[in-house]
Design a binder for this molecule. Sequence first.
Ligand SMILES: Nc1ncnc2c1ncn2[C@@H]1O[C@H](COP(=O)(O)OP(=O)(O)O)[C@@H](O)[C@H]1O
Ligand SMILES: [Mg+2]
Length: 151
Amino acid sequence: MSLIKQGHESTVWSHLPRFYGETPTSLGAANESELLLDDHGDPAQTLERYLQQYGFDASIKAAVERLCHWLQETGILTRNLLPHNLVIIERDSQQEILLVDGLGAPTVPRLLSALPAWRKRYITRRVRRFYKRIDWELSDREYSWEVSQRL
Ligand SMILES: Nc1ncnc2c1ncn2[C@@H]1O[C@H](COP(=O)(O)OP(=O)(O)O)[C@@H](O)[C@H]1O
Ligand SMILES: [Mg+2]
């Protein structure tokens, strides 16, 4: 919100689906956001599916780096970055990864999250864990994700 207020709206939407506000549904109020589509007009592929299909190839690696750089630059907080909550789109002839679930860090106290140095460290930890998770997705998964984090 504060980035948008400061005039950095396009930066915000570079890795998030556009948010259209609250909308009524038969199950109550819902948040409405942009549906990310592929070239065929189908819902775009998640990073999880992509890794299963193509592995961690150079082009997706570069897209992951751009996403992580954007997190550090904007200071936007997320929960753990999980490949099934990241969707891949094609933009300006390259792949970009957008976060569709896990925005914000509700458990973080406001006073802490207001400190730039603390945010930076928090994001560095999320990023490090994200790369570990990608390794795990590509591994034989001998250990569960919970166990492998403690190894
Ligand atoms: N904006 C979106 N555009 C395209 N696909 C989406 C979008 N939001 C969610 N999805 C797809 O729906 C799946 C579930 O959505 P998500 O928001 O993660 O809900 P939940 O975690 O409650 O199942 C995602 O893994 C992704 O495949
Ligand atoms: Mg999800």
